[in-house]
Ligand binder design. Sequence first.
Ligand SMILES: Nc1ncnc2c1ncn2[C@@H]1O[C@H](COP(=O)(O)OP(=O)(O)OP(=O)(O)O)[C@@H](O)[C@H]1O
Ligand SMILES: [Mg+2]
Length: 158
Amino acid sequence: MAVARGVRMDRFQTAVPLPVNADRIQLQQVIINLMINAMDAMADMSGPDREMSVYTARIDKFAQVTVSDSGPGIPEDQRKRIFEPFFTTKAQGMGMGLSIARTIVQSHHGRIWAENRHGGGAVLRFSLPLMRGASANRSAERHPAGLTAPAPARPPAA
Ligand SMILES: Nc1ncnc2c1ncn2[C@@H]1O[C@H](COP(=O)(O)OP(=O)(O)OP(=O)(O)O)[C@@H](O)[C@H]1O
Ligand SMILES: [Mg+2]
């Protein structure tokens, strides 16, 4: 996807797994929406200037996913509104991507927000609570057998 759009992409994943209790498909949808927005934001830039990175981090008892780009960033007066349904600045946009992303993240007891990078570009982040076993310090390193397995994708509650 990134290669086809001439975007350079970096990925950094934590060495230690960050198990969350989440619907895998829905989380993929969140990340893909963020990545498509990042690439849309860089569409008018020349090839070598298009950079996107996706990385994970652990912040206290949360797993955090960050998607950042080297595009124009988000005007300060729009930064909160971009999550509203039908808010779009794109000719062909529906304005639903971030609204759906927020609904999914919140249904997993997480948060999603937007920042701007100092050097220009947008930073979209979301965080999800880690599963309880992961919250003890370094427990993941000491008990890899129990925790390295990917978190099971549970069907959404009916
Ligand atoms: N990475 C980004 N850089 C700059 N602006 C962004 C970025 N991500 C989102 N935005 C702004 O937020 C608006 C809303 O994004 P959202 O994904 O909800 O809708 P959309 O991309 O316009 O349309 P859709 O996702 O429904 O195709 C965008 O139109 C754009 O103005
Ligand atoms: Mg979008």
